[in-house]
Design a protein around this ligand. Structure first.
Ligand code: 5CA
Ligand code: ZN
Length: 409
């Protein structure tokens, strides 16, 4: 499917620093060094049964920063994102609201594109739906069956977690700790007949009233984890640089994805690093479509909120922290945006090269966006205090804020 239009990334003088970022698998901040000129990034996309909320936006903002740091350091970026356009929650919502599931998915995906465009998130080179990836999922599942890593149960096909000696490496969880999380996040540990309770669905045979496709695996539809693996392997190959998503995806989704891919290809690792954004909450609970405690990006936009202010509100929190959205977040971001805009609208100002260096240093060290904002705040405060005579400074600040933070002043 098509992605959304790219906003231009202005060129900056000099070059940014290599990216260091927290990798869940090693529990450490590590330098992520792409093998060649092109850095490869896969970010898990939405399940399109409801509109984009601020939690989604915060997660996509995180990986937008990753791309901006890489580009600033001289890399090309090959970015892939999926859309889980057939899965249980989408089908359940369609039935509950009497809608056609394809129309629901198409409408919410279109709204997501609009939100991403408004927020100036860089688009993926390949934006791929689960449905369109079925032709690559089928051979991958066949390969897992052939190696004995997958088995059939009443027409469904499961991945055997015992087939991967490295299982647990991504999340760092032991099997006892995995159990309740697996049950909470779409797994079926109780199903009788499974070889291990943690075994994950690769393929579901057709259920009455649900969509299904005729394939060599039978009449059915794909499981969730294998969808992302098939898309990532098709467009990025093994050992791509970063597998990204929110922290709720580290287990089971990214753990299973790594296991599926490593067992199917016989290669390791699936990704060089697994990077996870913290969860955004509202009213004391993680914002989630199933709970319904949501603030939608599109609703804020309709109310006339400047998307640049939404983006600044997200950037004010470090990507790894869990945080709660309040009205204050937006009010502070609007105030900051107004100050910055006033500062760059003057014909000259204090030199900004130091600010650029500080922004680069902050972002390269585990995407410290709050640190980058403070660097701009300091420049704006100096501008307000006694101005300066560097006629290039306001333009450089505008370009730096746009190129590195995706905020148009
Ligand atoms: N389609 C799958 C991934 S393959 C999925 O998880 N879809 S989603 O719509 O539920 O979430 C999309 C992305 O937003 C995921 O990376 C998820 O981790 C992230 N996300 C969901 N809720 C929040 C939240 N409250 N805060 C931060 N990120 C969130
Ligand atoms: Zn995914």
């Amino acid at each position: 499917m098509h992605a959304w239009p790219a906003s231009e990334v202005p060129a900056l003088p000099g070059q940014g620093l290599p990216l260091r970022v927290f990798d869940t698998a090693t529990s450490s901040v590590r330098a992520i060094v792409p093998e060649g000129p092109t850095a490869r990034l896969y970010v898990c996309g939405i399940t399109p049964y409801d509109a984009t909320h601020l939690g989604h936006a915060a997660t996509y903002n995180t990986f937008d920063l990753v791309q901006r740091v890489w580009k600033d350091a001289g890399h090309d970026v090959l970015y892939v994102q999926n859309v889980t356009d057939v899965d249980d929650p989408l089908l359940e919502r369609a039935v509950a609201t009497g809608q056609d599931w394809t129309e629901l998915a198409a409408r919410e995906t279109a709204l997501f594109r609009e939100d991403m465009t408004a927020l100036r998130m860089l688009p993926p080179a390949h934006y791929v739906g689960a449905v369109e990836s079925i032709p690559w999922i089928v051979p991958l599942v066949k390969q897992l069956l052939a190696t004995g890593a997958a088995y059939e149960l009443d027409g469904d096909i499961y991945f055997s977690v015992d087939a991967d000696p490295r299982f647990g490496e991504v999340s760092g969880l032991g099997r006892d700790a995995m159990m309740p999380v697996f049950a909470e996040r779409g797994g079926d540990p109780q199903r009788p007949g499974k070889k291990h309770p943690l075994d994950a669905l690769l393929w579901l045979s057709a259920r009455p009233g649900e969509p299904a496709w005729d394939t060599e695996l039978g009449h059915g539809r794909p499981g969730w984890h294998i969808e992302c693996v098939a898309i990532a392997l098709k467009y990025l190959g093994m050992s791509f640089d970063i597998q990204g998503g929110g922290s709720d995806l580290s287990f089971p989704h990214h753990e299973m994805g790594a296991a599926h891919a490593q067992v199917a290809t016989g290669e390791h690792p699936y990704a060089q690093a697994y990077v996870h954004a913290g969860m955004v909450a509202l009213d004391g609970h993680k914002m989630s479509k199933s709970r319904g405690n949501l603030v939608f990006v599109s609703k804020l936009r309709r109310e006339g909120v400047d998307p640049a202010a939404i983006r600044l509100a997200l950037l004010a929190h470090h990507y790894r922290s869990d945080w709660e959205w309040t009205e204050q977040d937006l009010a502070q971001a609007e105030k900051r945006l107004a100050l910055w805009r006033a500062a760059v609208s003057r014909p000259d100002g204090p030199p900004a090269e130091g600010m650029l260096a500080e922004m680069r240093a902050a972002l390269a060290e585990d995407l410290d966006a709050p640190g980058a904002l403070e660097a701009v705040d300091r420049w704006a405060a100096a501008q307000a205090a006694d101005g300066g005579e560097d006629i290039g400074a306001p333009g450089l600040v505008s370009r730096a804020v746009d190129a590195l933070l995706g905020v148009a002043l």
